[in-house]
Design a protein around this ligand. Structure first.
Ligand code: C2E
Ligand code: CA
Ligand code: CA
Ligand code: CA
Length: 281
């Protein structure tokens, strides 16, 4: 386990091509096949629960490691944070996902308002450059900023609350939507929550999967949803795996859902096919 980590860390750090490739990508605009095959972006549908239709996707990056095969983000994102590679990698995911969603909006009937949720790591969030990166990407891809939702985990925003609020306000000025990810898993100071200019709370999967264990577990999910609504935020429940969980969340007036019950994160051609089939859950 430790050996694998050291190996991946070295491989990320020694990946001198990553920065260069991203640089080239920004210069050439079109030719990104190398990067695209090494760090493909997967898309998991986010479903509008009242209508049962796809409202958008969350972008989830993978690493197709030449020797190791597919490496999941839980394993390499922390390493990319350590080596600093998360900055160019995060910029790549942002650009690729925005470009893809713009294309779906233009090419698939009924997808004009499709949204894209993109994860930001703590290191990205704490760099003022991020604002430029977001603005440039929106300009380049011509995607409506209202269709972009940037997700920051609760632990990152709670780390230095005042600085986080200032940064969130600057991001908000770019007209993008903001979401707090993994809500309920960290230290959440409820006294600060109303000061965050955030549009969405994402209920962590751990709460959703415990919901069927009893009334007290359901009360927690209901409380988070009611809290969000009282603060004028919408709720996304992640990790929905069963029809029972889906029905329960609908009855609690949760706006959006995401999970294996609908679909796993999909490579872009599969996400395209899913959109064309216009599913309804
Ligand atoms: P997250 O943001 O909480 O993303 C949700 C994770 O839950 C994804 O794992 C997704 O595949 C998984 N998931 C979704 N529905 C279900 C379900 O019904 N059951 C189960 N068991 N799992 C479900 P994934 O893709 O492995 O990503 C893990 C984490 O890595 C993400 O957690 C996110 O924090 C991070 N991550 C992924 N892509 C990026 C990225 O581009 N940038 C940054 N900074 N972080 C990323
Ligand atoms: Ca997320
Ligand atoms: Ca999450
Ligand atoms: Ca989570």
């Amino acid at each position: 386990r430790l050996e694998l980590e050291t190996d991946l860390r070295r491989s990320l750090r020694d990946n001198e091509h990553l920065r260069q490739k991203i640089h080239d990508l920004q210069l050439r605009g079109e030719d990104y096949s190398a990067l695209n095959s090494q760090f493909p972006v997967y898309y998991q549908p986010i479903v509008d629960l009242p209508s049962g239709r796809i409202a958008g996707f969350e972008a989830l990056v993978r690493w197709e490691h030449p020797q190791r095969g597919r490496v999941f983000p839980g394993e390499f994102i922390p390493l990319a944070e350590e080596t600093g590679e998360i900055i160019p990698l995060g910029a790549w995911v942002l650009e690729e996902a925005c470009r893809q969603v713009r294309q779906w909006q233009q090419q698939i009937p009924g997808c004009e308002h499709l949204t894209i949720a993109i994860n930001l790591s703590g290191k990205q969030f704490n760099q003022l450059d991020l604002l430029d990166t977001i603005a440039t990407t929106l300009e380049l891809t011509q995607l409506d900023p209202h269709c972009v939702k940037l997700e920051i985990t609760e632990s990152v925003v709670m780390d230095e609350v005042e600085a986080a609020i200032a940064m969130l306000n600057k991001m908000k000025a770019l007209n993008v939507k903001l979401g707090i990810d993994d809500f309920g898993t960290g230290y959440s100071s409820l006294s600060y929550l109303h000061q965050f200019p955030t549009d969405t709370l994402k209920v962590d999967r751990s709460f959703v999967s415990r919901m069927e264990q009893g009334e007290d577990k359901r009360a927690i999910v209901k409380t988070i949803i009611d809290l969000a609504h009282n603060l004028n935020m919408e709720v996304v429940a992640e990790g929905i795996e069963t029809p029972e969980e889906l029905a329960r969340l609908r009855s609690l007036a949760c706006e959006y859902g995401q999970g294996y019950f609908f679909a796993k994160p999909l490579p872009k051609h599969e996400a395209t096919a899913l959109l064309h089939s216009n599913p309804r859950w």
